[in-house]
Ligand binder design. Structure first.
Ligand code: NAP
Length: 333
C-alpha cells in the first residue's frame, strides 16, 4: 500500500479479525467473462478468499455467441454458453463464492476497498476489474424504440425470430460477417451495410460471407433511421458516395459495430482513456494500487476469449504477488 493511499481500517488487529468483519474478501472479481472466470480459477486455487460478482449477464458476451471454433482445447468447437458454464464450474471447484448480481458502486479511495451491489456492500483487500465491454449503439432515430421489436445486437440470441425475413446487418468487422452468415440460416436475404468499401473482418469470415449467395453487400452506406409500426418495417439508408437516400424494407436490423467498455462504475475511481477503457500502469495494475484489470475492459486490440482468459490469469498472479508484498498481509496470514 502506498504512502498516499489511506487505510479505511487503521488497526491491523482489526484486519486480522476476519470473522468479525462481514463480507471481507482477499480479492473481489467483478465480471464473469473469460477474464473474470480465469482469474477466479487462479485466485481461488491459490487459496485467496475470492468473491466473483458476475454482473447482469453471467458468463458475459460468450453467452450470446454460437460456436466458438478458436478456443484452444476444443478441436470440434464448443458453444459459447457451454464454455462459460464449464469455466464457472471450474471456479466453483476451487471454493470461490460466485454471486449473480450487479455491482452498482465501488469505492477505491481508501483501503480495504468497498464494492456495493443493490443489496450488499463487500470489503476487498484487492480488486480485479473484468467487466468487459457491451455492443455499441448506432444512436439513430428508431433504434431504441424498435429494440426487441426488430433491432438486435445479438444474432445468436435473436436470429431464429427472423425466419423468412429480409434482414440487414450493420458493420464490417468479424462480428458483422459472422452474424450475417449465421442469419442466412433463418432469413430470406441478408444485406450487410458497411460505411466503407473494404472490410475490417478476418479473411476467413470475409470469404464465407462473400461466397454466401444469400448475402449482399451495400458498401459506403450508413443507416439513418428505423421505421415501423408494432415492429420494424423499413430502414433509411444513405450512400456516403453520392448522398442518395433510399428506404429498405427489412424485418430485422442487426447492429454489429463494435463494443464499448463497461466502465461507468469506475469513473472517478480509476484512470480511464478517452474511449473509457481502463488504463493499465504496469502489466495488469490500474491507477489505484491493489486494483487490477483484465480482458475487454482494458483491451480494445485483441478482444478474444483466449486473450481475455490469459489476461485474467496474469491479473490473478499479479494480485497474489501484490498481496504477498504488503506488510499487513503477512501479519494477517
Ligand atoms: P470491430 O472489429 O471494431 O468492427 C466494427 C465495425 O463496425 C467496423 O467495420 C466499423 O467500421 C463499423 N462501425 C463502427 N462504428 C460504426 C458506426 N457508428 N456506424 C457504422 N459502422 C460502424 O468490432 P467487431 O466486429 O465486434 O469485432 C471486435 C473484435 O472481436 C475484433 O477483434 C474481432 O476480430 C473479434 N471477433 C472475432 C470473431 C472470430 O474470430 N470468430 C468473431 C467476432 C469478433 P470501420 O471498419 O469503417 O471502422
Amino acid at each position: 500500500m502506498s504512502e498516499t493511499q489511506k487505510f479505511r481500517v487503521h488497526d491491523l488487529e482489526n484486519k486480522k479479525n476476519d470473522n468479525g468483519i462481514k463480507n471481507r474478501y482477499d480479492v473481489i472479481i467483478i465480471g464473469s467473462g473469460p477474464a473474470g472466470y480465469a482469474a477466479g480459477i487462479y485466485t481461488s486455487r491459490a487459496k485467496l478468499k475470492t468473491l466473483l460478482i458476475t454482473g447482469t449477464l453471467p458468463g458475459g458476451q460468450l453467452m450470446t455467441t454460437s460456436e466458438v471454433e478458436n478456443y484452444p482445447g476444443f478441436p470440434n468447437g464448443i458453444f459459447g454458453p457451454e464454455l462459460m458454464m464449464n469455466m464457472r464450474q471450474q471456479v466453483e471447484r476451487f471454493g470461490a463464492t460466485i454471486i449473480d448480481d450487479e455491482v452498482t458502486r465501488v469505492d477505491f479511495k481508501a483501503h480495504p476497498f468497498l464494492i456495493s451491489t443493490n443489496s450488499e456492500t463487500y470489503e476487498a483487500l484487492s480488486v480485479l476489474a473484468c467487466t468487459g465491454a457491451s455492443p455499441r449503439k448506432l444512436g439513430i432515430q428508431g433504434e431504441q424504440e424498435f429494440g426487441g421489436r426488430g433491432v438486435s445486437y445479438c444474432a445468436t440470441c435473436d436470429g431464429p425470430f427472423f425466419k423468412g425475413e429480409d434482414i440487414a446487418v450493420v458493420g464490417g468487422g468479424d462480428t458483422a460477417l459472422e452474424e450475417a452468415t449465421f442469419l442466412t440460416k433463418f432469413g430470406r436475404s441478408v444485406k450487410i451495410i458497411h460505411r466503407r468499401n473494404s472490410l475490417r473482418g478476418s479473411k476467413i469470415l470475409q470469404e464465407k460471407a462473400l461466397e454466401n449467395s444469400k448475402i449482399r453487400f451495400l458498401w459506403d452506406h450508413v443507416v439513418e433511421g428505423i421505421n415501423g409500426n408494432k415492429k420494424i418495417e423499413n430502414i433509411q439508408i444513405k450512400s456516403l458516395k453520392d448522398g442518395k437516400k433510399q428506404t429498405l424494407s427489412v424485418g430485422g436490423l442487426f447492429v454489429a459495430i463494435g463494443h464499448e467498455p463497461n466502465t461507468s462504475i469506475f469513473k472517478d475511481q480509476l484512470e480511464l482513456d478517452d474511449k473509457g477503457y481502463v488504463v493499465l500502469k504496469d502489466r495488469t495494475k490500474t491507477s489505484v494500487e491493489g486494483v487490477f484489470a483484465a480482458g475487454d475492459v482494458h483491451d480494445f486490440r485483441y478482444r478474444q476469449a483466449v486473450t481475455a482468459a490469459g489476461f485474467g490469469c496474469m491479473a490473478a498472479l499479479d494480485v497474489e504477488k501484490w498481496l504477498g508484498e504488503q506488510k499487513w498481509w503477512k501479519e494477517i496470514q
